[in-house]
Design a protein around this ligand. Structure first.
Ligand code: ZN
Length: 149
């Protein structure tokens, strides 16, 4: 990766940390789950509104480090309009990118690629995947709690 691209990625992460997208409680959510990353202290609550098997709206609140906040923010932008299956495939692809043996080539991760650098910092992988674990819990076991431990 070139230095320029690295700077750009860094900028996107800082921007999403400073102005997280979809950062709000959702009063009429059908699914909701809490997530916790004890290693770093990141906490997140993810809200989802489903309609005909499609994620119509997704939002989050919480407090955590820049990586966890930026990752949650990017995730909410990407998941709107996706089916549960598509959301699962994105999570799989994202996990492969930051922690798998090799980055996945069959899922288009779009903007999530800005977090590819997390791969070089194993302690931050849990920060980056927390919101994803939490949305997965919200979809599969609404009201549950996800922990990265
Ligand atoms: Zn963190």
């Amino acid at each position: 990766m070139t230095a320029d691209l690295r700077d750009l990625y860094q900028e996107v992460i800082l921007d999403h940390n400073k102005r997280p997208r979809n950062f709000r409680k959702m009063e009429d959510a059908d699914r909701k789950a809490d997530g916790h990353n004890p290693l770093c202290g990141d906490k997140v609550t993810v809200y989802v509104k489903m309609e005909d098997g499609i994620i119509r709206d997704v939002s989050f609140v919480g407090s955590g480090c820049a990586i966890s906040t930026a990752s949650a923010s990017l995730m909410t932008e990407l998941l709107k309009g996706k089916t549960e299956e598509e959301a699962g495939a994105l999570f799989q692809g994202f996990r492969d990118m930051v922690a798998g043996p090799a980055p996945s080539t069959h899922v288009d991760l779009g903007k999530l690629k800005v977090l590819a650098g997390v791969r070089e910092f194993p302690a931050r992988v849990k920060c980056a995947t927390l919101a994803w674990h939490t949305v997965k819990t919200a979809l599969e076991h609404p009201g549950g709690t996800a922990s990265t431990e």
